[in-house]
Ligand binder design. Structure first.
Ligand SMILES: Cc1cc2nc3c(=O)[nH]c(=O)nc-3n(C[C@H](O)[C@H](O)[C@H](O)COP(=O)(O)OP(=O)(O)OC[C@H]3O[C@@H](n4cnc5c(N)ncnc54)[C@H](O)[C@@H]3O)c2cc1C
Length: 446
């Protein structure tokens, strides 16, 4: 196998190699795990990340904790979380829609994951808070983990290219996308710049399309106007779309995604975890038409994670949380200060909600008020690719493209269905990334 010479990741103008054993598309946890695993298996690896140095690492930069199977208490997690319980949690969360073989892969392979990631340079938080039975926390968060993995990748001789957006992955054989038989590799990776690299195997690990406004508008309709993409602005989904158009078998469904409640003043992209809105139990939630989203006498679900979908379903795809000012201390800490309003009429004007409807919605509450604008925040989209247990990308005609693998959130809908459990996304990315990298290296050796 050819060894890919390392080059400066900060120099996108340095000429790309003509070929590499394994090309990894993406630069988050799934891609980094795939690249490191393929390199450890002896392959020459080229990693192509669309973002530049500040935003490399995708949504993984924003993350904190990952779900790990363990049979006994340890420094990272108390108690135990056995494989059967993990599988049962995945089955329940995915509402029976997830792939049992991939559930088993996650549950069994996550046992060794923390040790492997630690050997790759990732540090974990030990028993000091937060200390949860089912998930371990990155020390310093996802950004620190990403930085460590990039450093290890560079030391391992992985050729990392930033500002290297990929437009397409095509087999060199003419049978690509046809319904007759399987094409034979190798594969050609085409960059946005027009440059192309020949690859013995490719792992696509470039996430969903939550940063693509046109695609979101086509699937989510008017709601796309109030959606905030909580993570990387580079999740444009162009490789996903290319492969689906070429005949890949989809997983999940258009218009699905993981939503949470975020502050309406947060940026359209990359606001991260600090933009979330909590404290819904302190006041009333009112949509753009002035309709109460919590029936009188009820506070609704307490967590921000349940409120994204509720706000999205309300009129205008936006809402406000209105709290009596005297209860200000009950609101959790937040980046954006709540907006003070002396009267219901002032709150209505601030929120662009019909004044009479606002008066009715706030009846019985005592002014002055504090107001928090709430929008739905999209963590990841729920349409992806389908893979087999060896992470090979499946075609709708029942075949696959030899040498083409996928990992991470681009295949998560096949595992998570339309549901979610905390920490599962990182486990999906790390476990499937590592396995896809190993399989890709094995394929180029064969
Ligand atoms: C605010 C926030 C907090 C989160 N917290 C958690 C958490 O605590 N626990 C958890 O389990 N999950 C969490 N998640 C979800 C989790 O971060 C992600 O689902 C997971 O890290 C995704 O890993 P990934 O490698 O598949 O994708 P990403 O980390 O998103 O990486 C995708 C990469 O592909 C690159 N890319 C995209 N298109 C192209 C292209 N055409 N060519 C080349 N490169 C491309 C992007 O630049 C990016 O680097 C969080 C997400 C967000 C937004």
């Amino acid at each position: 196998m050819s060894a890919v010479p390392p080059s400066s990741p900060l120099s996108p103008s340095v000429r790309l190699p003509d070929r590499a054993d394994v090309v990894v598309v993406g630069g988050g946890l799934a891609a980094l795990c795939a690249a490191l695993a393929a390199r450890q298996a002896g392959a020459g690896v080229l990693l192509l990340e669309q973002a530049g140095p500040a935003l490399r690492g995708g949504n993984t930069r924003h993350s904190r904790n990952l779900r790990l199977t363990h049979d006994a208490p340890g420094p990272l997690m108390p108690g135990s979380y056995r494989a059967e319980e993990f599988i049962a949690d995945l089955r329940r969360a995915s509402k029976g829609d997830g792939d049992p073989a991939l559930h088993a892969l996650l549950a069994t392979e996550s046992v060794r994951l923390a040790d492997w990631l630690a050997r790759c340079g990732v540090h974990f938080q030990t028993e000091h808070l937060p200390y949860s039975r089912k998930t371990a926390f990155f020390l310093g968060g996802g950004k620190a983990a990403v930085n460590s993995l990039y450093a290890t990748a560079a030391r391992s001789g992985i050729d990392v290219r930033l500002h290297a957006g990929v437009a397409a992955v095509d087999p060199l054989s003419s049978s690509y996308g046809s319904s007759s038989g399987l094409s034979s590799g190798p594969l050609r990776v085409v960059l946005d710049s027009g440059a192309a690299v020949q690859a013995g195997a490719v792992v696509v690990a470039c996430g969903g399309y939550q940063a693509n406004p046109d695609w979101l508008a086509a699937e989510w309709g008017p709601l796309a106007a109030t959606l905030h993409n909580r993570g990387t602005p580079h999740a444009d989904g162009q490789v996903l779309r290319h492969l689906l158009q070429a005949g890949a078998q989809p997983s999940g469904a258009p218009g699905r995604g993981h939503l949470v409640a975020v502050d309406g003043r947060s940026p359209r992209h990359d606001g991260g975890i600090v933009t979330r809105v909590d404290g819904f139990g302190c006041g009333r939630v009112i949509d753009a038409a002035g309709t109460l989203l919590t029936p009188p006498g009820e506070t609704g679900p307490p967590r921000y994670s349940a409120w994204g979908r509720r706000v999205a379903a309300g009129a205008g795809g936006r809402a406000v949380l209105v709290v009596e000012a005297r209860r200000a201390a009950e609101l959790p800490m937040r980046v954006y200060p709540p907006l003070p309003c002396a009267t219901a009429a002032e709150a209505a004007a601030l929120a662009a909600i019909p004044p009479q409807a606002m008066e009715a919605a706030l009846s019985g509450l005592e002014p002055p008020f504090l107001l928090v604008p709430v929008h739905p925040g999209l963590t990841f989209t729920g349409l992806g690719l389908t893979v087999d247990p060896a992470l090979r990308v499946q075609r709708a005609d029942g075949g696959h493209w030899p040498g083409l693998y996928a990992a991470g959130m681009i295949i998560a809908p096949q595992i998570l269905g339309s549901g979610y459990i905390a920490g599962a996304a990182l486990t999906v990315s790390a476990v499937t990334g590592r396995r896809a990298g190993e399989e890709a290296a094995r394929y180029v050796r064969s």
